[in-house]
Design a protein around this ligand. Structure first.
Ligand SMILES: [Zn+2]
Length: 226
């Protein structure tokens, strides 16, 4: 689904758990997602980059939207000696870089623990534990629910409970500052600048939306056993 255009100037900060800040659009009841899941997934992709400038970390999504296969005209010799196909190479074209401001947050998946309950036991019934657990099944179930013996590494690959999320504060603050300067007739802070920040935000949100849609599709396929 295509995300809506937004005006960051309408977003108000609300303090949330773990010292995080959430932004809600006071007009449209929209909100900005810190998207730790998305960020951790993109950071695990080798073609993307994690860079540091302006005193913060940035996730750089590197893509090649205009890449295409181009025939070189050279023929590839085949072992059979009879047929050869013209060689084709992938031309990447111009590199596109989308930078996303990050901040370290308490990991939402493991709640700062660094490890999490083994998802293999998700949805198991009391009867299942009774059947598979042996005489101490009650203690095993208690341990699974409240202890960490069955824990596995956190799904977000967080650093001991700290994970990167999107720092919307950086973008929202810039927009509000630019508005203020614009209203006070500082010529550098034009409405085009505000527009470009809004467009930047829409691009980031579209990436998150596409990722969430893909994940939802994958989960439903798993459920139906495709
Ligand atoms: Zn975690």
């Amino acid at each position: 689904m295509k995300v809506k255009e937004i005006d960051l100037g309408n977003f108000e900060a609300f303090p949330a758990e773990n010292g995080q800040v959430y932004y809600h659009d006071v007009k449209n009841y929209d909100y900005l997602d810190n998207a730790q899941d998305y960020v951790s997934n993109e950071l695990s992709d080798d073609s993307n980059e994690l860079v540091s400038h302006h005193n913060r970390s940035w996730l750089v999504i590197v893509s090649y939207p205009d890449q295409e296969w181009v025939a070189t005209g050279r023929m590839i010799p085949r072992e059979s000696g009879i047929i050869s196909d013209p060689e084709r190479v992938l031309e990447l074209g111009k590199e596109c870089r989308l930078e996303i401001p990050l901040m370290l947050q308490i990991c939402e998946r493991c709640k700062g623990k660094g490890t999490m309950g083994n998802p293999a036991f998700n949805g198991t019934s009391i009867e299942w534990w009774q059947e598979h657990g042996g005489p101490d099944w009650k203690e095993d179930l208690e341990e699974y629910a409240h202890g960490d013996m069955y824990d596995v590494e956190c799904e977000y690959n967080c650093d001991n409970g700290k994970a990167f999320g999107i720092d919307w504060t950086w973008l929202v603050t810039r927009v509000k500052y630019a508005f203020k300067m614009h209203n006070e007739n500082h010529p550098i802070h034009s409405s085009e600048y505000v527009e470009s920040l809004n467009e930047w935000t829409v691009k980031i949100r579209q990436h998150i939306e596409d990722y969430n849609e893909y994940q939802a599709e994958r989960r439903s396929e798993e459920r139906w056993g495709y």
